[in-house]
Design a protein around this ligand. Structure first.
Ligand code: ADP
Length: 624
């Protein structure tokens, strides 16, 4: 099943040759020395081979001519000096080539990181984009793959082609039958290898899909955050079962792949015996016929096997280049993946101090791209909403109503399928999306903390940090006491997975850190998606008290599923069935006696019951 699905997608957009030129271009722009060092490496390797080829026949010739001992020693010394000098030069070239190859790979890796961090947000939902990223990383993180190894292939190809030409010239005295037999068997060997490489490429996605699952299970099993769940919920056996199942699939795949490699190796071996057999028999026949002498026999004897090696080398090189070209295909497809949003080519949008910003969602319909498991469902249908400058807007609704999606549309993470998102009357699609993001700040549910200091996390910048402002924002977010009791204070590192001396902040403390980050950015539009979900009631109350101060002179969109927490906002929207079901102030909505009032009543009842001792959730008491 997997084989069929993945085997179908093997279209190549660029091709091996263009991908090879891509690498040459990358080197030419960033580390040009790599190109000529690779050429030099190949030339020296051929020179060493040719010198080595002549060593034994030349000495034998001298012996046949009854040369004196000093004459013999001179010849040996000459060859030894030649080989030593060439080998020393080659070692030097190889070392420099190695550094250069790594540098080129790092340049391409940086391009990939840049693409990933600047690409249009919805691309993360696209499976083909994310799969390309996995393949790209696979190609670039392993120095045996095309990102680095292709230089070895270039060098070896050059070396083999030159060697082939020189040996062909040398062997022109030997019958064409030998040359043809050598070439035909080598070409057959290549075709078998080509088939195996093609098979491998066609099944790459199957390989990745299974490996991804095995690695996921292994990762989960080691995850320190999951350690509690594994123990409490007895997940061990279930995870082991999954691991065994995917390992079996993986081993089955490896078995199929290895059987093809084995068949190819066996064919190579048989062809090699055939090729060498014909050549050697023919040369012995020439010696016995008196056509060539002992020194010449030795020269041709060695040259024939060398010639075979050059041909096999060329074929191997072409086949390796073919495989590496296919590996680079993913890298290039990833780097050239078409962006959805306008970036630098869009209109610039400068943030002007004191300028009012109105955001309008006009007749907006939106659905997420469906997955194999779930068809796309419309989240919003013909939604209209205007957020006025400085307005404090609250959005409430049940789980899955679309609150977070609304925020993502406002933030410009997604574009609507129909309708427009307008900034001061202009569709945000025309602007450089990166400029638009500069106007917005937020605390999202799935916030990100980077493995750096508290100050860097607040400033989101490692170089230009305004420490006074960091302290002020941390103070306003209510985290000052905690941070200032830590020995390193604002330089305290976060994320123990990366830094051994880091500090683990609690969920609530991290949420306050995110609020400090929002304040530091000081953008005219802010979105807060359940910013107090992990806070205790006192901390939550503290943030609500400060809400107006935190969002002073800003347009703010505040999401909460706790209706009472939104009463300090200018306007509340209740989202239901992809539409704004109700709209108004807390008092107006309660007065309407509709859905908002019903939901509020439900939460209040829960509160009252808890008060009477029927429930025990202290947290909820304070939420309503
Ligand atoms: P809320 O914030 O009100 O709980 P969301 O905006 O997160 O709701 O989700 C609205 C609907 O969109 C839900 O049905 C949810 O499953 C779906 N959804 C949210 N994010 C995605 C996504 N990235 N891909 C597909 N569907 C999504």
């Amino acid at each position: 099943m997997l084989t069929k699905t993945f085997g179908e997608k093997n279209r190549k957009k660029y091709g091996v040759l263009r991908n090879s030129f891509f690498m040459l271009r990358e080197a030419k722009t960033n580390v040009p020395s790599v190109i000529w060092l690779a050429v030099l490496d190949g030339l020296i390797a051929v020179a060493v081979s040719v010198i080595e080829l002549y060593v034994a026949p030349s000495i034998l010739e001298k012996l046949e001519m009854h040369s004196t001992l000093p004459g013999l020693l001179r010849t040996i010394l000459l060859f030894t000096a030649g080989i030593t000098a060439a080998s020393a030069l080659q070692a030097y070239v190889k070392q420099n080539l190695n550094y250069g190859r790594i540098e080129v790979r790092i340049h391409i890796m940086n391009k990939v990181r840049h693409k990933m961090s600047t690409s249009s947000y919805p691309l993360r939902d696209r499976q083909d984009f994310m799969d390309l990223l996995i393949k790209t990383n696979d190609t670039l993180n392993d120095n045996d793959k095309a990102g680095e190894a292709i230089w070895r292939t270039f060098t070896e190809l050059l070396q083999n082609i030159l060697g082939f030409a020189i040996y062909l010239y040398l062997l022109k005295r030997v019958d064409m039958v030998v040359i043809l037999a050598t070439m035909v068997t080598a070409v057959l060997g290549y075709l078998v290898n080509y088939y195996v490489n093609e098979w491998n490429y066609r099944h790459r996605e199957e390989d990745e899909e299974i490996s991804k699952r095995v690695l996921y299970i292994l990762d989960r099993a080691e995850d320190r955050y999951l350690a509690k769940d594994i123990r409490i919920f007895g997940m061990r056996e279930w995870l082991c079962g999954l691991h065994d199942k995917y390992m079996k699939l993986y081993l089955d795949f490896c078995g199929r792949r290895e059987s093809r490699y084995f068949a190819a190796d066996l064919t190579d071996l048989v062809l090699g015996i055939l090729r060498n057999g014909i050549a050697y028999v023919y040369l012995l026949y020439m010696v016995l016929g008196g056509q060539i002498g002992a020194a010449e026999f030795l020269l041709y004897f060695t040259a024939v096997s060398g010639f075979t090696a050059w041909i096999s080398g060329i074929m191997d090189g072409v086949s390796t280049l073919h495989r590496q070209g296919l590996e680079l295909e993913s890298v290039r497809e990833f780097l050239d993946y078409k962006e959805i949003f306008c970036m630098e080519e869009g209109l610039p949008l400068d943030r002007e101090a004191g300028r009012d910003y109105t955001i309008e969602l006009r007749d907006v319909s939106f659905r997420y791209a469906g997955s194999g498991a779930e068809p796309a469902r419309e989240v919003f249908s013909h939604l209209n909403l205007t957020i006025h400058p400085g307005e404090k807007l609250a959005v409430v609704g049940l789980n899955g109503a679309g609150k977070t999606t609304l925020v993502k549309l406002i933030c410009g993470f997604y574009d609507p399928d129909e309708g427009e998102v307008l900034l001061n009357g202009v569709n945000i699609k025309v602007y450089n999306r990166r400029d638009y993001y500069k106007l917005i700040s937020g605390v999202f549910q799935d916030f990100s903390v980077i493995a750096a200091s508290v100050a860097v996390n607040v400033a989101q910048d490692a170089l230009n940090i305004d420490m006074e402002r960091v302290q002020d924002c941390v103070g306003k977010a209510g985290l000052k006491k905690k941070i200032e009791t830590l020995p390193q204070k604002y330089e305290t590192l976060l994320d123990r997975d990366v830094h051994t001396n880091a500090v683990d902040l609690s969920g609530g403390e991290l949420q306050r850190l995110m609020i400090a980050r929002l304040l530091y950015k000081d953008s005219p539009i802010v979105v807060l998606d359940e910013p107090t979900a992990a806070l205790d009631p006192i901390a939550e109350n503290d943030i609500y008290q400060k809400y107006n101060e935190l969002t002073k002179e800003k347009s703010a969109v505040f999401i909460s599923h706790r209706l009472a927490s939104t009463r300090f906002c200018d306007r509340i929207l209740l989202i239901e069935d992809g539409k704004i079901a109700e709209e108004g102030t807390h008092e107006e909505l309660l007065g309407n006696g509709k859905r908002y009032a019903e939901l509020f009543e439900m939460q209040s009842r829960y509160y009252q019951k808890t008060e009477q001792g029927q429930c025990s959730s202290g947290r909820r008491i304070n939420q309503v």
